[in-house]
Design a binder for this molecule. Structure first.
Ligand code: NI
Length: 134
């Protein structure tokens, strides 16, 4: 089994806020991340797929195709967007990094039919990242 990772970057704004809670509770749990006018991150996304190497191509996956799907279906929809408002596949979802990687996994899982997803990793700041293995 060989693992291949594609890295992408995007900038986006979000706000961590639970509508079911009071202003005070949001402030207590999310701190500055609950600020009304949003804040931004330079996100780094790593999509790792796995599979056996095709003896004819020497590839585990067609990296060109993989890159195209990630760019079109994920990065284009997230880059320079407000994750609370602008992204169809995040509608109704509190856009924490945790929830974002799960949503990306669900979307890519159906789109990538020629390889198996292994991990979605999202770096939010230089000190924090999340990983989802499905
Ligand atoms: Ni944030």
């Amino acid at each position: 089994m060989v693992y291949l990772t594609r890295r992408e970057r995007f900038n986006a704004a979000h706000r961590l806020y639970n509508n079911q809670w009071s202003e005070e509770k949001n402030r207590e749990v999310f701190g500055k991340c609950a600020n009304e006018n949003f804040h931004g991150h330079n996100f780094e996304l790593f999509v790792t797929v796995k599979g056996e190497v095709d003896p004819e191509t020497g590839f585990v996956v067609n990296a060109h195709h993989l890159s195209k799907v990630i760019k079109q279906e994920i990065v284009e929809k997230l880059d320079h967007m407000n994750l609370n408002k602008d992204v169809d596949f995040l509608e109704g979802i509190l856009p924490s990094s945790e929830n974002i990687v799960i949503a990306i996994w669900k979307k890519l899982e159906v789109l990538l039919d020629d390889c198996q997803l292994h991990c979605i990793k999202l770096i939010e700041t230089e000190n924090i990242y999340v990983e989802y293995f499905g």
